[in-house]
Design a protein around this ligand. Structure first.
Ligand code: NAP
Ligand code: GCO
Length: 264
């Protein structure tokens, strides 16, 4: 039976107080799931709880740094006690540092790898044993254009998101036999606070050069909205995608298919 619904499912979306994580969690709630999220600070969790409430969603929020293995294990145990076994995990929490590689310290590089690559390993590792016992599970890793492409100033981010693509394939390879599907979503350029510096107007009121660059690289000629990731995420979280495993679904408005706008 074709089933895109998530009724009765418990979904943990990391770093989901706002932005892409929030939009995906909202989509899951509309499809019937119970929403659990975490963020790194209490003020972000409070902001998230208020935002979910305003949408009529009864979400549970936890303060947890996803790079801290002990804290993640504690949070997952609490969720299992207070809400139930996690059916769907979205590894969404992430950071970016836009610094030319030769000016970046090794500590800064490691910090990006820690949040964007090591943390999805830590959180996935924490939820997989209960998914195995329950007989199913869905893990969705939020990858990037930078899982495929390079660009100036994002060496650590590209290394982490490229690694996350391969972690996705490996979780699929290792746990597919337990009816666990692990896929990635590779968002294009999404209008969130993370990308706000790339869209800021110049002092003279003109568009940021990066803004024009991205619109020229996207067939639709625009930035995408976080809500546009919800449909693909619901699909990958639902039984309708049970045969899709180890796949990276690029939701990029066609950037990877396009050579870019021709000069006039
Ligand atoms: P974002 O600014 O990257 O927000 C993600 C959330 O994760 C924030 O609430 C952030 O808190 C939190 N976070 C950071 N470090 C954490 C940690 N150690 N533990 C727990 N939470 C932590 O927002 P976004 O743009 O919505 O991005 C979400 C994901 O999509 C990221 O993985 C990002 O790399 C990816 N992505 C974004 C785009 C885009 O165009 N926006 C495109 C492709 C992929 P703070 O606010 O304190 O940092
Ligand atoms: C950048 C980074 C991100 C992008 C995203 C693309 O170019 O600065 O790649 O900010 O928004 O990850 O998928």
């Amino acid at each position: 039976m074709l089933n895109f619904r998530l009724d009765g499912k418990i979904a943990l979306v990391t770093g989901a107080s706002y932005g892409i994580g929030f939009a995906i969690a909202k989509g899951f709630a509309e499809a019937g799931a119970t929403i659990v999220f975490n963020d790194i600070k209490q003020e972000l969790v409070d902001k998230g709880l208020a935002a979910y409430k305003a949408e009529g969603i009864e979400a549970r929020g936890y303060v947890c740094d996803v790079t801290d293995e002990a804290a993640v294990n504690d949070m997952v145990a609490k969720i299992e006690n207070e809400v139930g076994v996690i059916d769907i995990l979205v590894n969404n929490a992430g950071i970016i540092k836009r610094i030319p590689m030769t000016e970046m310290s090794a500590a800064e590089f490691r910090q990006v790898i820690d949040v964007d690559l090591n943390a999805p390993f830590i959180v996935s590792k924490a939820v997989i044993p209960s998914m195995i016992k329950k007989g199913h599970g869905k893990i969705i890793n939020i990858c990037s254009m930078m899982s495929e492409l390079g660009r100036e100033t994002v060496s650590a981010y590209a290394a982490a998101k490229g690694g996350l693509k391969m972690l996705t394939r490996n979780i699929c390879s290792e746990y597919g036999e337990y009816n666990i599907q692990c896929n990635g979503i590779g968002p294009g350029y999404i209008a969130t606070p993370q990308t706000a510096p790339l869209r800021e107007k110049q002092e003279d009121g003109s568009r940021h050069p990066f803004d024009s660059f991205i619109c020229a690289k996207t067939p639709a000629g625009r930035w995408l909205e976080p809500e546009e990731l919800a449909g693909p995420a619901v699909f990958l979280a639902s039984e309708a995608s049970n045969a899709v495993n180890g796949h990276i679904l690029y939701v990029d408005g066609g950037i990877l298919a396009y050579i870019g706008k021709q000069p006039k």
